[in-house]
Write a protein that binds this ligand. Structure first.
Ligand code: ACO
Length: 325
């Protein structure tokens, strides 16, 4: 078997910023409520002409450059997204064409906010087995495209962005262990009603606003505060590590209170926890790679650090990964 590690990363963020003060003019809410209940101050919103593959492509090109890997050397592209450009072709195939990764297989993976961890897990297996040398993993979501901006329960939470990572065969072990789980019984708490074969998009479904995210916030909150610690403990048990071995934690960015609760339960101090929710909100599968990359750029993460990525999302899904940076 072979070792796999992250050899390059890149992110792509829309320029347009939507602040809590902007939202005050759109729905009955306040900057104070949003900040204290979620930790969010602002988020990025893609323009009407921008689709997921546009940000995914930009992030991918940057990641390839950092890794020093050419597009032709990519064997597989996995895009984790719940907001693909369209149901088919896959966003991964669109990215393949955009970057000229002519030798790659390409598919999308749907595990909502846990998507990046799932995709990293899949990528690692192909490299570990020796099948592939370089896999491009992209977490990309434009949640603004499926958000009802008249619904204050959801529209304050979400934002748009993309983060890409090149996973390559490496000398040293980079991705040490992963732990992915799902709890389909909780699917009813977070879903996009009219988006596929159950309720195909129609004039009626749009009039009923079924083309927007449905979320039972308190139920998702309850699940998340349990799932994140459980995933981390499961991961550490599986890999033979202890909480004290973790140098840095990069959690999914859904609500600062969920993150603080998980850190408290595990006894991890908040200065070892990556946070971007204040400026980007919840970007689903993009939150973890974007936060990982920004903490690396801020030099919060250094070579040799043991980093835990952890997330949860629709499915319900959850999971964690241990990385040697
Ligand atoms: N501004 C002002 N008041 C609001 C707003 C708002 N934007 N939204 C809700 N309220 C009100 C509610 O109507 C409610 O009023 P009431 O008590 O008179 O009924 C009150 O504030 C409290 O509402 P709660 O829902 O109990 O507030 P809570 O503290 O639970 O926070 C939140 C809500 C932020 C949504 C929280 O439940 C949460 O973060 N849940 C998890 C969400 C999550 O993680 N989603 C993951 C999505 S992942 C993916 O796959 C896309």
């Amino acid at each position: 078997t072979y070792n796999a590690g992250i050899t390059g990363m890149g992110i792509s963020m829309p320029e347009n910023i939507l602040t809590n003060f902007d939202l005050e003019k759109m729905v009955e809410t306040s900057d104070e409520w949003i900040r204290t209940r979620t930790g969010i101050r602002e988020r990025r919103i893609a323009g009407p002409e921008t689709a997921s593959s546009d940000l995914a492509t930009d992030a991918a090109v940057k990641a390839l450059k950092m890794a020093g890997v050419s597009a032709e050397e990519i064997d597989l592209i996995i895009v984790a997204t719940v907001t693909p450009d369209m149901m088919f072709p896959s966003t991964a195939a669109i990215v393949q064409n955009n970057i000229g990764a002519v030798n790659a297989a390409a598919f999308d993976l749907e595990a909502a906010c846990t998507g990046f961890i799932y995709a990293l897990t899949v990528a690692k297996q192909f490299i570990k087995s020796g099948s592939y040398r370089n896999v491009l993993v992209i977490g990309c979501d434009l949640l603004s495209k499926i958000t009802d901006f008249t619904d204050r329960n959801t529209c304050i939470l979400f934002g748009d962005g993309a983060g890409a990572a090149v996973i390559s065969r490496t000398d040293e072990e980079g991705i040490i262990e992963e732990y992915i789980k799902s709890d389909g019984a909780g699917g009813k708490y977070l879903y996009l009603p009219s988006s596929g074969s159950r309720i195909p998009p129609s004039i009626e479904s749009i009039q009923k606003k079924l083309n927007y995210i449905y979320m039972d916030g308190p139920e998702v909150f309850k699940f998340a505060v349990k799932a994140m610690p459980e995933a981390i403990i499961g991961l550490l048990d599986k890999s033979g590590h202890k909480i004290d071995d973790i140098d840095y934690l990069v959690p999914h960015q859904a609500n600062i209170r969920i993150i603080e609760s998980a850190a408290r339960r595990l006894g991890i101090s908040m200065d070892k926890v990556g946070i971007t929710i204040d400026k980007y909100g919840n970007m689903s599968s993009a939150s973890i790679p974007v936060t990982l990359f920004e903490e690396y750029e801020r030099k919060k993460i250094k070579k040799g650090d043991k980093i835990v990525l952890v997330g949860f999302g629709a499915g319900l899904t959850y999971g964690a990964a241990l990385i040697n940076w």
